[in-house]
Design a protein around this ligand. Structure first.
Ligand code: ZN
Length: 155
């Protein structure tokens, strides 16, 4: 599992812009910034400090993400990645990222009222949870009674 082979030789990019280029290994094309995984980033005296909010503690993708972050910076940059204790929640996901997750991956996030919007047919009332266990610990599985599709729910 490797993602984001980003090396932008010599380009002067703000740290946050570089992090925009780092994808979540589970969702190629979806940046960790859009998923709300970046808690803080700072460049001081040649050192780049990145604090990440992991979507799920113990997620096996974390070490890949850390490696991808280092690759997004220059080899000469002193990049320090730390993991925050702050709990990640789906509220941290950008609206535009939310839309892309639904469109490109069929993965949805529970609406504030607890309902689930089917990414296939748009039904708001026919989606029901079927299983707490999904393909990864960050996702559960739901079912749409209207279009009869399996839907993944990011949690
Ligand atoms: Zn549906």
């Amino acid at each position: 599992m490797t993602t984001s082979p980003v090396r932008l030789g010599g380009l002067e990019l703000a740290p946050m812009d570089r992090l925009e280029l780092v994808d979540d290994p589970e969702f190629p094309g979806i940046s960790i910034v859009g998923l709300g995984m970046v808690g803080a980033v700072a460049r001081r005296h040649g050192r780049v400090s990145v604090e990440l909010v992991p979507t799920f503690r113990g997620c096996t993708a974390l070490r890949f993400i850390e490696a991808d972050i280092r690759r997004a910076f220059e080899p000469s940059d002193d990049v320090r990645v730390t993991w925050s204790d702050e709990p990640w929640s789906t509220d941290r996901v950008r609206p535009s990222t939310r839309a892309r997750l639904a469109e490109e991956y069929g993965v949805i996030i529970r609406e504030p009222d607890g309902s689930l919007l089917c990414p296939v047919c748009g039904s708001t009332s026919a989606v029901r949870d079927t299983s707490d266990s999904g393909p990864t610990r960050c996702r559960s599985v739901a079912w749409c009674d209207d279009c009869r599709n399996v839907i993944e729910v990011l949690r």
